[in-house]
Design a protein around this ligand. Structure first.
Ligand code: NAI
Length: 337
């Protein structure tokens, strides 16, 4: 029986790269029945709401979605797409794998996965100005919330991911030497969870500043990395940079009530409608989706075809050094399946 998956084509290059990705999965024989829904500017045009209830209801039913990039309208009265998705599905884990595909990069043979806590920390949005004397904005205070429950579920997710994907080590990144309470709690809980997995997965701790340096000097030493929201935001882009940027960077948002897979890049308005966008990042996100559905072999198959096409470099899009269109690149990958 085909699994129902919500498909959100998105804005800008979104429809073109989602079409390419759906075609690739179809050619690979994935048993998915797509439930197409709108979000972003496409949804504003249709419903006056960038994340309509129909779309949220579809993900509530299917519990899994492939999402093209969305343009967030600026202005009053619009719901924030990311906030609505995060709240509706409690998307607490942001998973960003990064591995070397393009030859000739600064680092070869990198294969890292960053697991970022996505609902707590300094990004909870509790901040305010403090008035001193006549100055209403003399100081500003932002509060980071770290909970035992939130820390436990993200570290446990990282270890379970490591076990499921045959990975050898989890590195917990923190700043508990300075933020002794908030980061200290995250570290303590992390150590406790690590004990449950001690037989299967190694565990190490790194202070975030040293980690940033080590990721540049010796990225090959790391495997699965788990950290809090702000550090994860910064380190995930750093890791994308290590393997050559956003063109082949997928991401997954995993929650208690659903999972949403997407490319890390945005709508690329400068190249939208030209059939030249690189669909690779969304295709790799679709491979994560297949793995999430338990279709591990097919994910490997699709990923290998994509990697071979990119490494050959003959029929690749402009951003990867070629001159193929989105469709030609997709055809070349399909031919390798
Ligand atoms: P962007 O990622 O859309 O574009 C940055 C640069 O990378 C552009 O030169 C673009 O042409 C290029 N690029 C991006 N993806 C590409 C691809 N697949 N193939 C070839 N070239 C590609 O970032 P930007 O310009 O900051 O954001 C544009 C819009 O996207 C904004 O409205 C932003 O809010 C939205 N956005 C949405 C995201 C999402 O839905 N997950 C994530 C990031 C941005």
């Amino acid at each position: 029986m085909a699994t129902k998956v919500t498909l959100i084509p998105g804005d800008g290059i979104g429809p073109s790269i989602t079409r390419a990705t759906v075609r690739l999965l179809g050619a690979a024989g994935a048993e998915i029945s797509w439930e197409e829904q709108v979000a972003g500017m496409a949804a504003v045009a249709k419903y006056g709401d960038p994340i309509p209830d129909e779309t949220l209801d579809s993900i509530k039913r299917t519990r899994v979605a492939l999402k093209g990039p969305l343009e967030t309208p600026v202005g009053e009265g619009y719901r924030s797409i990311n906030v609505a998705l995060r709240k509706s599905f409690d998307l607490y884990a942001n998973v960003r794998p990064a591995y070397s595909i393009l030859p000739g990069g600064r680092y070869q043979n990198l294969d890292l996965v960053l697991v970022r806590e996505n609902t707590e920390g300094l990004y909870v949005g509790i901040e305010h100005y403090i008035k001193i004397g006549d100055d209403p904005r003399a100081a500003a205070e932002a509060i980071a919330i770290i909970t035992r429950e939130g820390s436990e579920r993200i570290v446990r997710y990282a270890f379970e991911y490591a076990v499921k994907h045959g990975r050898r080590k989890v590195t917990l990144v923190h700043k508990a030497n300075i933020l002794k309470f908030a980061q200290g709690l995250f570290l303590d809980v992390g150590r406790m969870v690590a004990r449950d997995f001690a037989a299967e997965v190694d565990f190490e701790e790194r202070i975030v500043d040293a980690m940033a340096m080590n990721l540049v000097l010796h990225p090959e030493r790391f495997d699965v990395i788990v950290t809090t929201n702000l550090f994860g935001d910064i380190l995930s882009d750093q890791i994308s940079g290590l393997v050559g940027g956003l063109g082949l960077a997928p991401g997954a948002n995993i929650g208690r009530h659903g999972a949403i897979f997407e490319a890390v890049h945005g709508t690329a308005p400068d190249i939208a409608g030209k059939n030249i966008a690189n669909p690779g990042a969304l295709m790799l996100a679709a491979c994560m989706l297949l793995e999430h559905l338990g279709d591990i072999e097919r994910a490997r198959h699709v990923r290998t075809a994509l990697e071979q096409t990119v490494r050959e470099g003959k029929t690749v899009t402009r951003d990867l050094g070629g001159n193929a269109s989105t469709d030609q690149f997709t055809d070349a990958i399909i031919a390798k399946l």
